[in-house]
Design a protein around this ligand. Structure first.
Ligand code: DAH
Length: 336
């Protein structure tokens, strides 16, 4: 039996060595090691072996099993490696690959992020509010009377239930004061909606950034300093400012901010933002809703401002038509 095992081993190893592919390896594995296979037959015959020969023959049988198993495994890895390297034959790995297209943030998002990071340096927190608003948040609380033209059906998108698409981000002033007590210092970028005829300078949906600071002893000087710092960071240190008296229902006094800067072509004044000192009527409206006097018009004062981000982006990059920002044209967007 010993010599039979030996010749089984020799034949098995030779067959494995000359196997041509993985399928052959698997069928040899069954043939040599499987249930009805060669080695199992020898194991069955161990019963016939005399007691003193058993340990020796048993050892030979075990060694044979492990050398056949090893040979099968090694040959199999060799064949796999060969077929893999065959698959790469003829491929020039030094050729440049196919570049994956890399996207970028939309120019409006880029400007928003820049603006946010400048205000964050001054301690402003980011605030948010819903695009679908109540009339109270959009107008009443902001001291805008029922007969104000902005509330007209022709200017504002109303929902059947009386709510509306906010016409400005000033709603977030109200939402913030409803839930926070002074000191409150927030900026709120977001979409605003108006029933405007769409043209080169108007979209029915556009973007604004709102700011609000309420605390004790907040002055017009703070407002001016804050906006000047912000716009100088954006436009450069040479930017010049003009606060032009204006009217907004929710601030008193109110101003429009005009800017002149080399980065904006220099020369002419550009109207860039609205701002003012929070009207005590706004604070009283919020208090009435809150049911407390956490905001005290005798003690607290504040400033607010708002500007159009799309308009700012147009001025800064010399974009002649606001619609380019929403057209999703790669040739335009890839320039930012
Ligand atoms: N909400 C105004 C608009 O959409 C902009 C604005 C003006 C915001 C003055 C303010 C402000 O906070 O104080 O035209």
């Amino acid at each position: 039996m010993e010599s039979q095992i030996e010749s089984f081993r020799t034949e098995a190893l030779a067959a494995i060595a000359s196997a041509a592919d993985e399928a052959q390896i698997e069928s040899l594995r069954v043939q040599f090691l499987g249930k009805g296979g060669g080695l199992t037959a020898f194991s069955d015959r161990m019963r016939e072996v005399s007691k003193e020969d058993k340990p020796r023959i048993g050892k030979i049988l075990n060694e044979t099993r492990s050398s056949v198993t090893t040979a099968l495994d090694e040959k199999r890895s060799l064949l796999v490696a060969q077929s893999e390297s065959l698959a790469f034959e003829g491929i020039d790995v030094s050729l440049p690959g196919t570049a994956a297209p890399v996207g970028a943030l939309h120019p409006i998002t880029q400007l928003m992020d820049r603006a946010i990071s400048i205000f964050r340096r001054m301690g402003f927190a980011l605030a948010d509010g819903p695009d679908i608003e109540t009339e109270w948040h959009c107008f009443d609380a902001l001291n805008t009377p029922a007969d104000h033209p902005a509330r007209n059906e022709a200017d504002t998108f109303y929902m059947p239930d009386g709510r509306l698409l906010r016409t400005h981000t000033s709603t977030i002033q109200i939402r913030t004061m409803q839930h926070c007590a002074p000191p409150v210092r927030i900026i709120a970028p977001g979409a605003a909606y108006r029933r405007d005829e769409v043209d080169a300078t108007h979209l029915a949906q556009f973007n604004q950034m709102e700011g609000l600071y309420v605390d004790e002893n907040v002055t017009l000087g703070d407002l001016r300093g804050t906006l000047e710092y912000f716009f100088r960071e954006l436009f450069g240190k040479d930017a010049e400012f003009r606060f032009r008296p204006h009217f907004f229902p929710f601030t008193e006094p109110s101003f429009e901010v005009d800017i002149k800067a080399a980065a904006l072509g220099g020369g002419r004044w550009l109207e860039i933002a609205g701002c003012g000192m929070v009207d005590p009527a706004v604070i009283e409206a919020v208090n009435a809703k809150r049911g407390d006097r956490a905001l005290d018009p005798e003690r607290h004062s504040g400033f607010a401002f708002g500007f159009g981000i799309d308009r700012l982006a147009m001025i800064m990059s010399g974009v002649p038509d606001i619609r380019l920002f929403t057209d999703s044209d790669q040739r335009f967007l890839a320039q930012f």
